[in-house]
Design a binder for this molecule. Structure first.
Ligand SMILES: [Zn+2]
Length: 402
């Protein structure tokens, strides 16, 4: 089974400098590849293959001395990532790859090989950068496949290690109706289940959101290029990091409770195309602030590790407007209406619980005998970071821009 473990690392000044060169060089290679492919297409109307790009890059490396100071494997991994991003665009799975900037908040690069961990001395060795202090807050068993080094906007360094563990993936439970839980994601309450449980949206999150807004306002008021603006940018990054950590923490706690502490073996949830919703939905702000996406990912990979199922239901199913008892669909249901009252069968129920029950029903129909082709577990969605690394380790083909 492939698992990703993430650790904080504490590079010294010269190691930090080496990381900066690596971030810079992989960024340069990505942008170079994008530019090469675009200009080649304009001139010759054909696409440069990854192989051709790779040969050009190897030749370039001999000429450009500054490229020699970084790990060649990392540069080649970048080309693979670029190629995947490019192909994803043509498969209509992603936007066209954009040029990367050193002002992008998070910087990262991959080490596909030759990573050694010295557990006793709490050090990690990467190609070209040795003896980096690492905080091993949890142990793992297995063989290291690949690593990704990243730096946050607040200048913290992390390493994500993809490990091939000796455990085998558990066989998934059969989906049975009385052990399936419908989950609705809301704004007033974060999570509402078909059995009536609710996880409220906590006050501390609102507090952090307010802090973030105020920091952003101050940032935009500062003169461009000034040192005050740089200071304000750091402030925004810090507040943002805190809010993200709070959301992640909550996502982990709620998903852990659902997966590890409940008797339910399948979870039904709406496949939120949050990005699409954010474009044209009045609730854009609230949705952007909820951290649903991260929660779904956490629920998926925890379920996968314990043999439980996550059933994603169709994106635009009107779960709130439908009566869970008689399937009558209301023409209108305003957000302020907290209770669902059915005009056909007289059912009265909390609106979110009604929605969660509908989600469960639809999921069970979806995987029922009528639709045998539907897989109950959506492994492909099990976390962008995880799945991209998994692909990378397995096939040496990775896509990461998480
Ligand atoms: Zn009804």
């Amino acid at each position: 089974m492939l698992k990703v473990y993430k650790y904080r690392i504490y590079p010294n000044a010269s190691q930090r400098q080496a990381f900066t060169s690596h971030f810079g060089c992989v960024r340069w290679v990505y942008n170079w590849a994008l530019e090469r492919r675009q200009s080649h297409y304009e001139e010759k109307n054909t696409t440069l293959s990854r192989r051709e790009l790779q040969d050009e890059l190897v030749a370039l490396k001999k000429k450009l001395s500054w490229l020699r100071n970084v790990n060649i494997q990392s540069l080649l991994a970048t080309l693979i990532n670029f190629d995947i991003a490019y192909k994803r665009f043509f498969k209509k799975q992603a936007k066209f790859p954009r040029f990367k900037s050193k002002y992008d908040g998070r910087q990262s690069y991959q080490c596909p090989q030759h990573v050694e961990l010295d557990v006793d001395n709490k050090l990690i060795n990467l190609p070209k950068i040795k003896c980096i202090k690492i905080k091993l807050h949890r142990k793992f068993l297995g063989e290291i496949k690949t690593c990704t080094v990243s730096r946050t906007p607040t200048q913290k360094y992390y390493i994500s290690i993809l490990v091939s563990t000796p455990e085998t993936e558990p066989v998934a439970y059969k989906v049975v109706p009385d052990k399936t839980l419908g989950i609705d994601l809301g704004i007033k309450d974060f999570v509402i289940t078909s059995s009536g449980d609710k996880e409220p949206n906590h006050k501390y999150l609102y507090k952090s959101q307010r802090r973030l807004k105020s920091a952003q306002r101050k940032f935009f008021k500062k003169v461009k290029g000034s040192s005050n603006r740089a200071k304000a940018r750091n402030k925004v990054a810090k507040v943002y990091e805190k809010l993200t950590n709070q959301r992640r923490d909550r996502a982990h706690k709620v998903s852990a409770r659902l997966v590890y502490k409940s008797h339910d073996t399948s979870f039904a949830i709406e496949d939120l195309n949050v990005q699409g919703m954010m474009k044209n939905h009045k609730l854009a702000k609230a949705i952007g602030d909820c951290g649903w996406h991260f929660f779904i990912k956490a629920l998926q990979y925890k379920s996968r590790w314990s043999g439980k199922n996550v059933i994603m239901i169709d994106r635009w199913f009107p779960s709130s407007k439908t009566c869970s008892q008689c399937s009558n669909v209301k023409a209108k249901l305003s957000l302020s209406t907290r209770t669902y009252e059915c005009e056909q069968c007289d059912m009265v129920m909390d609106r979110d619980v009604n929605a969660a029950i509908n989600i469960k029903k639809v999921a069970l129909l979806q995987i029922g005998p009528g639709r045998p082709e539907c897989k109950p577990v959506d492994h492909a969605m099990a976390g962008t970071a995880v799945s991209s690394l998994v692909t990378h380790g397995a096939k040496q083909e990775a896509a990461t821009r998480a």
